[in-house]
Design a protein around this ligand. Structure first.
Ligand code: DON
Length: 572
C-alpha cells in the first residue's frame, strides 16, 4: 500500500512538473513526421466481421466507388446482418486517409444524450445504480449517429451517390439472408429482454423463438429506412417519417427523445490524434474516444525503452505499466471535447510521458491507486470494426457500435431500427463502474446533447514501407488490443499474425492482468507473478479486422480475427 501511495505522490509531482514545463514554453505535443503514400496499390482489401459486409464493400468498389463509399456499404450491411454489434440505431468512429493529398480525418458519429436526460433515471430509489435503465429499453439509448456519419462520409469523401453505396445493404434486407450462428446466439442470449417490447419480439423472435439455422430472414422495415436515407440523406432519418416513428416509439415506451433531439444531431469531422513511434506514424481516435489518447500516451511512454531487446516478461511489464498509467488518466480527465476542457497537450506530451516513465520500477509492478475497485464483466464482442484500403491507397478504419449485445434490445416500431444502449458509456453514477468496469468522472457525466466517452480506437499506422488499418471491438479492451496490434505490426507481423496474436489486457482497475491462454510461456508468467502482477485467465476476446499494405512488394493483406469464424478479410 505504501508503494501505491509513493507512486501516486510521485506521479502527481511529475504531472505538475510536466504541466509547468508546457505552460512555460507553450510547446504543443511533438510534431510527427509521417510518410505520405508514394503510389497506389492498384487493388483493394477489406476485412470485416461478416462476409456479406466484406462482399458488399467490394461490390461498391467494383461500381467505381472508393474506400469511403465501400465503408458506407460495409457499415450499412452490418446493420442488417450483424445487428447484435452495430447499426443505424447506434454510432461509429472512423479514421479516414485520403490518398490524393494525404488528408487524415476523424469522423465522429457518436451518439448524444437527449436534451431531457435525467441522471435520476439511472438510479434506483435507494440511490444505487439502476443497471436496467442504463442498458435496456429506450432510456438507455443515445440519439443515433451512424446515419449522419454515413451521409457525411458519402457526401464529403465518397464518389458515389448513397443510392449506390446503400444498394447492397437494401438488397440483402429485402431479399433476405441466413442469420449466422453469432447472431442466433446473441438473440437467444437476449431473448428475455427482446420479449419486453413488441417490435423487438416481432423482428428478432418470429414465432416467439430465435431464428433457427438455415432460415432466410428479411428486414423490410430497415430496408425502407435505408431507402429513405438513400433518397433524402439526413432528412430521411432525422426528420419526417422516420424521426416521427422513432420519437413516438421511444416516448410510448417511457423514453424522453424529442424531434428536436434528432433534428439537431450532427456528425462531426475532427482532427485525429497522431503519434510517432519507431518510425511509424499512428493516426487514431481523439475524444470523445479515450482510445487514441491512451494509445498515444502508452506509445510515448514505451518510446523510452527498447522493447525489442527485452525478454517477454520485462517487455510485458513495461507495456502493462504504461497501460496502467494511461487508463488512470482515461478515468480522470476525458469526455466530450465540445463540453469539457481536457489537458490534451499535457497528456500527449513526450515530457509528460517522460515523467510517467520515471515512476515505473524496472523490476516490479506498481499497484494501482486506492480508487474504489471496479469489477469488469465479460464484454461480448458486440461492436464491430472493419478496415479498408482501395486501389488508390485511400483507407478507412471504422469501429461501429450499438454498445452491449443487441444494444438496448429495443426496436422502434415501424422503422426496423434497433436502438443502442450507449447511455451506459456515460459515467451515469459517479465512481460506479459501467458494464466494462470503467469508472468515470465529471468529465463524462451525462448532459443533453453531449457525447458519451468511448474506447473505440480505429487507427491507421503509416510507415515508410508498410501501412496497416486496424481496430477491434471489446469495450475497454479495444484500446489494449489496438495498441498490441500496432506493436506487432511494427515488429513486422502480417495481417493474419496480428489478428491471431494472443492478447493481454490491463486497465488500472481492477488491478489484474487479463491473459488469454498461451500469451505467456511458463517462465514469463512466473517472472510477471514475481514482479507483483496478478494474472487472471480469461476467455479469448476481440474481433480484430486488419488490412496491411507493403509498399515495397505492393502486397495487400486482409485478415479477420480467427477467434470469430464469421469474419472475412479479402483482397481483390
Ligand atoms: O464505445 C465504446 O467504448 C463501447 N460502447 C464499445 C462497446 C464494445 O466494444 C462492446 N463489445 N465488446
Amino acid at each position: 500500500m505504501s508503494l501505491a501511495m509513493n507512486w501516486r505522490a510521485a506521479a502527481l509531482g511529475l504531472l505538475l512538473v510536466a504541466g509547468g514545463a508546457l505552460a512555460a514554453d507553450g510547446a504543443p505535443a511533438k510534431a510527427a513526421s509521417g510518410h505520405a503514400s508514394t503510389r497506389a496499390p492498384g487493388h483493394a482489401a477489406i476485412a470485416s466481421a461478416n462476409f456479406h459486409a466484406t462482399e458488399a464493400g467490394l461490390e461498391v468498389l467494383a461500381m467505381g466507388g472508393n474506400a469511403f463509399d465501400a465503408a458506407v456499404a460495409v457499415a450499412a450491411t452490418l446493420s442488417i446482418v450483424e445487428p447484435e454489434s452495430s447499426g443505424i440505431g447506434g454510432g461509429f468512429m472512423a479514421v479516414l486517409h485520403r490518398a490524393s493529398d494525404g488528408h487524415n480525418v476523424f469522423i465522429d458519429a457518436r451518439e448524444t444524450a437527449p436534451a431531457a436526460v435525467d441522471a435520476q433515471d439511472y438510479l434506483n430509489p435507494d440511490g444505487s445504480p439502476n443497471r436496467d435503465t442504463a442498458l435496456k429499453g429506450p432510456l438507455s439509448a443515445g440519439i443515433p449517429g451512424e446515419p449522419a456519419g454515413l451521409v457525411l462520409i458519402a457526401k464529403r469523401y465518397g464518389r458515389l451517390p448513397l443510392k449506390q453505396s446503400l444498394a447492397p445493404a437494401i438488397r440483402i434486407a429485402r431479399e433476405g439472408f441466413e442469420p449466422d450462428e453469432r447472431l442466433r446466439e446473441a438473440i437467444a442470449g437476449m431473448q428475455k429482454d427482446l420479449q419486453r417490447w413488441p417490435a423487438s419480439t416481432a423482428k428478432y423472435l418470429p414465432g416467439g423463438k430465435p431464428p433457427a439455422a438455415g432460415v432466410i430472414w428479411k428486414d423490410p422495415d430497415q430496408a425502407r429506412t435505408l431507402e429513405l436515407i438513400a433518397s433524402h440523406g439526413d432528412q430521411g432519418f432525422y426528420h419526417g417519417e422516420t424521426a416521427q416513428k422513432l420519437v413516438a416509439a421511444v416516448r410510448a415506451a417511457g423514453g424522453n427523445w424529442t424531434l428536436a433531439d434528432l433534428a439537431s444531431y450532427r456528425a462531426k469531422e475532427r482532427t485525429p490524434i497522431t503519434v510517432d513511434y519507431r518510425g511509424y506514424r499512428i493516426v487514431t481516435a481523439p475524444p470523445p474516444s479515450s482510445g487514441g489518447v491512451a494509445i498515444a500516451e502508452i506509445l510515448n511512454i514505451l518510446s523510452g525503452y527498447d522493447l525489442t531487446k527485452m525478454d517477454a516478461a520485462t517487455r510485458t511489464h513495461y507495456v502493462i505499466e504504461a497501460m496502467r498509467r494511461a487508463f488512470r488518466d482515461h478515468n480522470d480527465y476525458l469526455g466530450d471535447p465540445d463540453f469539457v476542457k481536457m489537458p490534451l497537450d499535457m497528456l500527449l506530451s513526450p515530457f509528460y510521458a517522460d515523467g510517467l516513465r520515471q515512476s515505473i520500477l524496472p523490476d516490479r509492478a506498481t499497484p494501482s491507486s486506492m480508487l474504489p475497485r471496479a469489477e469488469a464483466v465479460e464484454p461480448g464482442m458486440h461492436t464491430t470494426h472493419f478496415s479498408i484500403i482501395d486501389a488508390d491507397g485511400n483507407m478507412a478504419a471504422v469501429t461501429s457500435t450499438v454498445n452491449y449485445t443487441m444494444g438496448s434490445s429495443f426496436v422502434a416500431e415501424g422503422t426496423g431500427v434497433l436502438l443502442n444502449d450507449e447511455m451506459d458509456d456515460f459515467a451515469l453514477v459517479p465512481n460506479k463502474p459501467n458494464v466494462y468496469g470503467l469508472l468515470g468522472s465529471k468529465a463524462n457525466a451525462p448532459v443533453g446533447g453531449k457525447r458519451m466517452l468511448s474506447s473505440m480506437s480505429p487507427s491507421i499506422v503509416i510507415g515508410a514501407d508498410r501501412t496497416a488499418v486496424i481496430g477491434s471491438p471489446g469495450g475497454s479492451t479495444i484500446i489494449t488490443q489496438v495498441l498490441e496490434g500496432i506493436l506487432h505490426f511494427i515488429d513486422g507481423e502480417s495481417a493474419r499474425q496480428i489478428a491471431a496474436h494472443k492478447r493481454f489486457h490491463h486497465q488500472y482497475l481492477p488491478d489484474v492482468v487479463n491473459v488469454e491462454a498461451g500469451v505467456f510461456d511458463a517462465a514469463a508468467s512466473d517472472a510477471l507473478t514475481k514482479m507483483g502482477y496478478t494474472l487472471k485467465s480469461r476467455e479469448p476476446w476481440g474481433f480484430m479486422n486488419v488490412v496491411t499494405w507493403d509498399r515495397k512488394t505492393n502486397q495487400l493483406d486482409a485478415a479477420s480475427d480467427p477467434r470469430r469464424p464469421s469474419g472475412l478479410g479479402k483482397v481483390q
